[in-house]
Design a protein around this ligand. Structure first.
Ligand code: T4K
Length: 388
């Protein structure tokens, strides 16, 4: 092993391709506030993703906070404990009480069978997460929302480019929120967006992300500064030129992991979802009892070997100090989420990961397994081309 292998590494286009964009910014001196690159990127992303309207943001978290404001959500919101902290934090920033509901073990997303029992007179919305880019049960969730008069805001931070039943997954719900953070499939260094179905909502969101300004003298709401800068937007336009190749490479890596790790006793993977064209944003594995080591021991051994997988998402959000006091945060209510959080490791997956590095990741997992030596040796041959 030459250098550490991280769970992800941002995809960066050749530096020289970015210089002409910088030159334009230097020439026209528009740095932010809905500049030309900002407008172009909104348009280009709508076309690429197949959505009607999209408002760029400085990051995904501010986009989540603003999405809740845009729909005037208050009271209680049903959400998942199995996500990155920003999902629930966006609720607290709006003075909303998160109500945690358990996840489905097959998708790691909100279990639609558990949502209705969590609805109270105070519930105003559901905020599910398309975890790892796997689609939530979008039809069932919409059905529940329609029945109870609730809004649906998807945290789609992982779902860039995911297609479900032949169309963008981002077309579901009232709003979907993307993250363009450095660690995401599509990055603008920092960045994010709200996808919305109609021009009026997009306008309201645009006001909210610019302090509430509708024009020079009309301030419509106590908005925030959530604007994406021209540098980030320009970088996004360049990134879009390379995104298909990046997604292709991710899917190749996923295919190899799936094929080779299927042989390891005690390692399970989330099933490929039907009707979905995924983005291979993450590659989670679950460490079961049949594997000789528990999750944390394997995690540490991998780390010692220079392979920095991540326990996304451990600990559960509901176990964090600002959430654990609530009734819905109790482990009895979140049994599946707890089990998954205690067993998961996300393996390295990113376009720059080369075949040899993938082989190293697989070899470490094989080497610790209870597979007979000859099987481990064969696996190592498959992955690295040499014997242990
Ligand atoms: N909702 C969901 C479901 C999310 O997953 C996220 C973000 C959000 C909302 C909020 O969106 P943003 O406001 O972030 O746009 C990372 C990211 O910081 C976070 O964006 C992401 N989710 C979360 C899942 O992962 P950490 O604490 O694991 O990041 P960090 O810095 O440890 O990075 C992981 C690895 O990536 C590093 O070991 C090395 C590599 N890396 C990272 C950065 C930042 C690089 O190679 N270069 C880099 O610049 O949270």
């Amino acid at each position: 092993m030459t250098k550490p292998i991280y769970v992800t590494q941002p995809h960066l286009p050749p530096l020289e391709e970015f210089i002409p964009y910088l030159q334009q910014i230097w020439d026209n001196k528009i740095l932010t506030n809905n500049g030309p690159f900002h407008r172009q990127l909104e348009q280009a992303l709508c076309e690429y993703l197949g959505v009607e309207h999209l408002a760029l943001f400085t990051n995904g978290t501010i986009a989540l906070v603003t999405a809740l404001q845009a729909l005037r959500i208050g009271g209680e919101v049903i959400t998942t404990p199995y996500s990155f902290v920003a999902t629930a934090h966006s609720l607290l920033w709006n003075n909303i009480k998160p109500v945690f509901v358990d996840i489905d073990p097959v998708t790691c997303n909100l279990d639609p069978d558990r949502i209705e029992e969590a609805i109270t007179p105070q519930t105003t919305a559901i905020m599910p997460v398309h975890c790892y880019g796997n689609p939530c049960a979008v039809e069932r969730i919409q059905n529940i929302a329609d029945t109870y008069g609730l809004k649906v805001i998807y945290d789609a931070a992982h779902a860039f480019g995911v297609r479900y039943k032949g169309a963008s997954l981002l077309r579901h719900g009232d709003l979907s929120v993307l993250s363009f953070h450095a660690t995401k499939v599509f990055n603008t260094f920092e960045g994010g967006a709200i996808v919305c179905p109609d021009a009026k909502t997009k306008q309201r969101i645009d006001y909210l992300k610019n302090f509430g300004f509708a024009n020079e003298v009309t301030i419509t709401a106590p908005g925030i500064n959530g604007k994406m800068s021209e540098i980030n937007a320009a970088f996004g336009l360049l990134q879009l030129k390379h995104i298909d190749a990046a997604l292709l490479r991710r899917r190749q890596i996923e295919t190899r992991y799936r094929k080779e790790l299927a042989q390891v006793l005690g390692i399970s993977m989330l099933p490929v979802q039907t009707d979905t064209h995924g983005n291979a944003a993450y590659f989670p594995i679950l460490i079961d009892e049949a594997y000789p080591l528990d999750r944390d021991t394997l995690y540490q051994i991998m780390k010692a070997a220079g392979i920095h997988g991540r326990r996304y998402f451990y600990p559960l959000i509901s176990d964090m100090p600002m959430y654990r006091g609530s009734e819905s945060a109790k482990h009895d209510n979140l049994k599946i989420a707890k089990q998954v959080a205690d067993r998961v490791i996300c393996l390295p997956i990113y376009p720059g990961l080369n075949d040899e590095q993938i082989g190293e990741v697989i070899s470490v997992i094989f080497a610790q397994s209870s597979m007979p030596d000859e099987v481990c040796g064969k696996a190592h041959e498959m992955t690295t081309g040499s014997r242990i």
